[in-house]
Design a protein around this ligand. Sequence first.
Ligand code: MN
Length: 288
Amino acid sequence: MTTLENPLGVHALVWVGDWLPASAKHAISSTANLGFDLIEVPLLDPASIDTAMTRSLLDDHGLQASCSLGLDPDADVSSEDPAVVARGRDLLARAVDVTAGIGATNLCGVLYSVLAKYPGPISERSRANVVESLAWLAERAAGSGLKVSLEIVNRYETNVVNTTAQMLALIAESGADIAVHLDTYHMNIEENDFATPVHEAHDAGRLGYVHVGESHRGYMGTGTVDFDTFFSTLREVEYNGPVVFESFSSAVVHPTLSNSLAVWRNLWDDGEDLARHAHAFMAQRLRA
Ligand code: MN
């Protein structure tokens, strides 16, 4: 068996709900102190990120970063309205710049949709706008040296695609050099099992980024996600990319993301205990 060296990461919302200097310092130093390799910074409002300050803090702590976002209702590339699509591309362009600006190499998340329950199925026009925007995004990101991975999320958070097979078809249609970002929380809702999507993405040469989160988005191992199957399949396909722990509680609130993700419950108060537990859980299963 090969030794995998996945960068292990944690989402910033385990620590803080904003990215003011004191918050950024707390999140980055806490992540590094627990032995993580990477922090994922949410970019729903790219203008709120001080890139020089962030890059300097990351350098000081020897930590890698990645960036993720979902789009805004007024800036959504899956809209039928060309003006809304154009604003969506502007938002993505700013996200590319901030991601590169902080020295991160991975841009991921729901870069093709608002994180919201849409009122109906996606239209042909909307899907065509997504396909064109993905090709545009791939070129734009490549110009900044970034790897783009698209997160597959459940039916209540987008109407564009909800399964790995659908996402692979969408990416193929766009012709873009873009990877797939899996998340066990969403797989638990939409996929048949925790092995097949890993194989599908890997076999297509497109497994680029991984979120691990529980069925209720709290402590790993306390919900219904089959992590044994998921991690053993990651090892089986020799996935070497980032594995990032995501968890959300009403104890740490982001002004928009927490509501988009329907974080209404207190699942934990102590982010440090949560993250320490997650690091041990992930490391034990990945490096077994
Ligand atoms: Mn996720």
